[in-house]
Design a binder for this molecule. Sequence first.
Ligand code: ACO
Length: 331
Amino acid sequence: MGQIKAAITAVNGWVPDYVLTNQELEQMVDTSDEWIMTRTGVKERRILRESGKGTSDIGVETIKGLLEKSGTNPNDIELLICATVSPDFAFPATSAIIADKVGIKNSWSFDINAACSGFLYALNVATKFIEAGTYKKVIVIGAEKMSCMTDYTDRTTCVLFGDGGGAVLLEPTSEKLGVIDSILRTDGSGSFHLYQKGGGSVKPASYRTVIAKEHFIYQEGQQVFKFAVTNMADVSVEIMKRNNLAPKDLNWLVPHQANLRIIEATARRMGINKDQVMINIEKYGNTTSATIPLCLWEWENKLKKGDDLILSAFGGGFTWGAIYVKWAYDS
Ligand code: ACO
């Protein structure tokens, strides 16, 4: 028998109903649809507005749909990994809350915090459990309520982020399909270019941190942009080379949706055309760890068994990486 691979056998996504448009943002901060579209490519984003609802509620909708469409019994799931930077609480893990709400009872679960690269990190970890033969059904979800840490008086960040979730089911296959190769990186020297200053152990929440708005996203946009363009492109080119993938052979680049300019620069460096790239940033903005599975969900109908995909991301940490996936089923 050949080596066991981890195949994605189902994908689902979910976004809240409320649409926050650039026109509405024009009423909130000094910005314009033209500026936002030119600099970022975002037209609108979804926001979870109901009070008392958090990231786990996004996760529940996403995973309920995943279980339903794949005909999977929640009791058969053996591991659930949730990538998020917007957990319901500092603890317990959001994955535990999601598992309880959807009735996943025979599993263990944990969260991964790797910002926009979180889905790739989680997918890589889950893959190892499948390849080792330890588990046969693992769910990886990226879910975010980014609106909970977005300052809607700060025009430099509030135009970027949105809420949403995307999840995949991983199962073993003996065919050469699924996750083929991964390159993941971290460089903590970039930590303070993109982070949430307050609410952690260094600066616990207090009236001072609230007044200083330290529970919102802090981002040095240009610094982050510079690192993102270089690293996302480098790692995507590297994974193509070491798997002998010529640009024309690649079916899809599935890039993290942070900024259309970063996506286009990555595609250029890889030598691929725009019609080989999944882009939905105009509809959802940057949903951090959810962008990649949200793309897979939206493009599912176009994907064919054997298609070559490169999933690529860059985010806070700094974290970045690329994963080469051979799609495992005809939709
Ligand atoms: N509307 C109008 N003007 C604006 C806005 C806005 N929404 N935001 C900023 N500006 C102004 C600035 O104040 C500045 O004005 P000034 O020249 O008078 O000072 C001017 O526009 C240019 O600002 P820059 O910051 O230089 O704009 P830039 O072209 O770099 O675009 C952006 C900003 C979109 C944030 C870009 O830097 C970016 O995308 N960075 C990377 C984001 C990213 O990849 N993040 C990683 C993932 S997120 C995660 O991990 C959680």
